[in-house]
Design a protein around this ligand. Structure first.
Ligand code: ACM
Ligand code: ZN
Length: 484
């Protein structure tokens, strides 16, 4: 019988014999063990899962589930000792660019639990949509959740589209995730990527000019004003409302791609910079992130921000950075040297909305944990890894599933095994044996012949992909990265 588990456990010791699937299973919490660690013992008459916490017990149960895919109608007897390399293993979904039905989110979460992810980074606000019902600021969902048109890449529609999740639906999703050992990490991106918020409440921008919910990809130049006190009041009130919905210990406050040209001209922003002795708008962004993170900390939550939030050089060390670009500024490195922590999600190993021809299953698997981006920052500062699927070009669930799976499974093994991964060939073989699980979970994963596409298929994918990045979009990205 062939044992195929993803992620690969730390140690597997085979024993003689088999156990029926309905063999009694004892679950024991052993507080001496690390919280996510577990030992699974399968003996002919008895199964035992010993774990450091209920979370660890879940991982033992998940391993049992995966063992059913070995075939043979019974479990092989064995002892598995296992523990993740990283405490944090997240997968991401962007429901702002295109709204996704709640049932699809649940399906994705269910699949993710099969690969022992423990966080769902939920991107619920961006230029092109706000997705959560708000009683405090109802125009967010009334206005911010709808847009007239979809002009991402060469797609061209003027139809109205949108959607938002009611509070009851959010609670249902939070409870569903919780039952599977997954915590939601909501992200409200700020101060940039906020056109949907500004469409509802334009007074939160520097000049108060009307803004529409975005219908295209790329960089939008209207961002939240960091000078007005009313902006902070809004954010804090909103966070109070959202924290009640999301009980997890972490909140993502965005911070990427925030072009600060308006801040330079804004009397409110300039006044604040003068009053605080801030030297540039990058430091003003750092101030804003620190202030929001402090508010979250008082509510018992840890803040996460994209790497750009550190570029002013004044970001508090207890804000976890999520690294997606190269650390051109050197500020991420400084953050880490000062004891800061990072979640690794470098584009070229993590962005699963990109075609397989650009980021193959192997590229995700081969993510470099002593990465060039960290430039020797050290693995000790990494709390975990994430795989992502931005949805500018994802309009249907079939496309979503094929892009994410099985690449998300590769990321799960990176996060669980760290540098002790057994290698891509081993992973791909185990994954093929587990492949029927995708259909069983209702997921249309990409078949093995698409994991590393053939040359003609790759050329086709790359030609289609290139259309998503016309000159003006690329220039916007470059400019947003330069602005400090
Ligand atoms: C990002 O891809 N803008 C985080
Ligand atoms: Zn301003």
């Amino acid at each position: 019988m062939c044992i195929s588990l993803v992620p690969q456990p730390k140690s597997i010791k085979m024993l003689e014999g088999h156990a029926a699937y309905d063999t009694q299973c004892d679950r024991i919490i052993d507080v001496q063990m690390q919280p996510q660690a577990y030992v699974l013992k399968i003996l002919p008459e008895r199964i035992e899962i010993r774990a450091g916490s209920p979370q660890g017990l879940k991982y033992g149960e998940t391993t049992l589930k995966q063992l059913c895919f070995c075939g043979g109608g019974q479990y092989p007897c064995l002892v598995i000792e296992d523990c993740p390399a990283f405490e944090w293993r997240s997968f991401h979904m962007d429901c702002a660019r295109h709204f996704m039905p709640l049932d699809e989110l649940k399906k994705m979460v269910h699949m993710a639990s099969f690969f022992k992810f423990n966080r769902f980074h939920w991107h619920i606000s961006d230029d092109q949509g706000w997705r959560i019902e708000s009683e405090r600021y109802p125009k967010l969902h009334q206005i911010g959740s709808r847009r007239q048109g979809d002009h991402f890449g060469d797609y061209d529609s003027d139809a109205w589209e949108g959607g938002y999740y009611t509070k009851a639906q959010v609670r249902e999703l939070v409870a569903y995730c919780d039952s599977l050992g997954i915590q939601i990490v909501p992200e409200i991106d700020m101060p940039g990527h906020v056109s949907a918020i500004l469409a509802a409440y334009p007074e939160l921008g520097c000049n108060g000019a009307p803004v529409s919910v975005g219908t295209k990809a790329g960089i939008y130049w209207d961002i939240l004003c960091a000078g007005k006190e009313s902006t902070f009041e809004f954010i804090e009130n909103l966070l109070v409302e959202l924290l009640e919905l999301f009980p997890g210990d972490t909140f993502h406050i965005g911070g990427d791609e925030a072009p600060k040209a308006h801040w330079k001209d804004c009397p409110h922003c300039r006044r604040r910079m003068e009053a605080l002795g801030l030297e540039n708008v990058g430091q003003l962004q750092g101030y804003m992130a620190n202030r929001i993170a402090k508010f979250l900390k008082e509510k018992g939550r840890r803040a996460i921000a994209w790497n750009e939030a550190s570029y002013g050089g004044n970001l508090d060390r207890d804000i976890v950075l999520q690294l997606w670009t190269e650390d051109k500024s050197g500020k991420v490195r400084e953050h880490l040297k000062g004891g800061g922590q990072v979640i690794l999600s470098e584009m070229l190993h993590s962005y699963c909305d990109y075609p397989y021809a650009f980021i193959s299953l192997k590229s995700v698997y081969d993510a470099d944990l002593a990465s060039a981006a960290l430039a020797g920052g050290g693995i000790g500062n990494i709390i975990g890894t994430e795989c992502l699927a931005w949805s500018e070009y994802i309009r249907d669930v079939k496309t979503l599933e094929g892009l994410c799976w099985p690449r998300y499974a590769a990321s799960a093994e990176v996060g669980w095994c760290g540098n002790d991964r057994p290698g891509y060939d081993s992973f791909a073989g185990r994954l093929e044996n587990l492949f029927p699980a995708f259909a069983l979970y209702g997921i249309e994963a990409t078949q093995p012949d698409g994991w590393i596409p053939s040359e003609p298929e790759a050329l086709k994918q790359l030609a289609a992909f290139q259309k998503n990045f016309p000159k003006e979009v690329m220039e916007g990205f470059a400019k947003a990265q330069e602005e400090v």
